[in-house]
Design a binder for this molecule. Structure first.
Ligand code: WQD
Length: 340
């Protein structure tokens, strides 16, 4: 019998890629998703890749009765908790929606895990907790900054909840993963990023501009203190990111019943926005229509990861390059636009 892992938000961008990675590693992924920021078609994409159905539930992680049902119906060994709202701008306009969903759902999950004696949890956090680090690459020991947005604050608060819960000697083994900038798609183009509406994030906006869905990319500022004036980020392939979640579940298997650890998940390299644009033009063979516009409020100038800890402790390191990820994002966009 395969080890069952519940993936909350498992129809989402990182969740769907993690479901594939877990199955490839011999686990049995179970998905719960309310499709508020994902599409049920991702489940078909996962099925096409795995040639197998996966158990899935439609619903909200804040729904304690549904969560209880899932844990009652399945012998769950561990949970990977992705389900959360993640739009930085939206969180500023609707903070209570973000606190209720992102923090509330973690509290419901921790309670149902305790009642069903499930102790392994991998939590989806974000490099946004670092704000603008004084020094790059940023290490896990780098002090977190005051959040730039309610979204970022929910990630900090959830990390604090988990630390305090572990300190209370609860029977829970936690790995928190601070993602840098996830990009790319599965090589099969069966799953990938599905931004609803106008993409906030750079790479989906780039690929949508490439296929003509968007008229022109605006580069938010070229007057930063960087090599070409545009912001620096650590863009990590979503498949590399997914594999780190498998490593994290395996890492917990022999840990004490009360345990907490956290890891940066990035490539260890920083790239500017214009470097991303140039790499996209190279892999797609298309000139991208873009202009330089004003800075976007809340953007940090530069942040990229020190990934030594994940390499040494998890035995994980990203393998794919920026161009690999942009190629996979482009192929995914072409498939979405039926232009392959
Ligand atoms: C990257 C760079 C923009 C769009 C956010 C969250 C983070 C995580 C990933 C959830 C920046 C520039 C972007 C555009 C641009 N989200 N840009 N034109 O802001 O680093 O991180 O998304 O987990 O928590 O904070 O990612 O892709 O929005 O921006 O010039 O149309 O691209 O200014 O420098 P960001 P991003």
């Amino acid at each position: 019998m395969k080890t069952k892992i519940l993936i909350t938000g498992g129809a989402g961008y990182i969740g769907s890629h993690t479901a594939v990675a877990l199955s490839d590693a011999g686990f049995d992924p179970i998905v719960i998703d309310n499709y508020s920021n994902s599409d049920k078609s991702a489940l078909q994409g996962i099925k096409n890749i795995l040639n197998a159905d996966i158990i899935h539930y439609e619903g909200d992680c804040n729904d304690a009765a549904l969560m209880d049902k899932i844990f009652t119906e399945n012998d769950i060994a561990g949970v990977i908790h992705f389900a959360a709202y993640k739009a930085v701008g939206e969180s500023t306009a609707q903070p209570l929606k973000y606190y209720q969903n992102n923090v509330g759902s973690l509290m419901v999950l921790l309670d149902v895990m305790q009642r069903h004696q499930v102790k392994d949890l991998v939590f989806s956090s974000s490099c946004t907790v670092y704000g603008q680090p004084e020094v790059n690459p940023v290490e896990e020991s780098t002090p977190r900054k005051a959040a730039e947005s309610p979204y970022g604050n929910t990630k900090k608060i959830c990390e604090d909840i988990l630390v305090d819960y572990v300190k209370s000697n609860a029977t829970v083994r936690v790995v928190a993963l601070r993602y840098f900038n996830p990009i790319g798609a599965h090589a099969t183009s069966e799953i990938g990023e599905l931004p609803l509406g106008v993409p906030n994030n750079l790479v989906p906006f780039v690929t949508q501009t490439g296929v003509g869905l968007r008229e022109q990319l605006t580069v938010y500022g070229d007057d930063y203190n960087t090599s070409d004036g545009t912001c620096v980020r650590d863009y990590i392939h979503v498949v590399d990111l997914a594999e780190a979640h498998v490593k994290s579940i395996q890492y917990l298997e022999d840990k004490p019943d009360t345990f907490y650890d956290l890891f940066n998940l990035g490539t260890g390299n920083g790239n500017t926005v214009l470097e991303v644009v140039k790499a996209f033009e190279k892999v797609s063979g298309k000139a991208l229509n873009y202009k330089i516009g004003p800075r976007r409020p809340g953007d940090v100038e530069q942040v990229w990861a020190n990934t030594d800890k994940a390499e040494k402790v998890l035995g994980w390191k990203s393998r794919m390059t920026l161009e690999d990820a942009l190629r996979d994002s482009w192929n995914w966009q072409l498939k979405l636009s039926n232009q392959q």
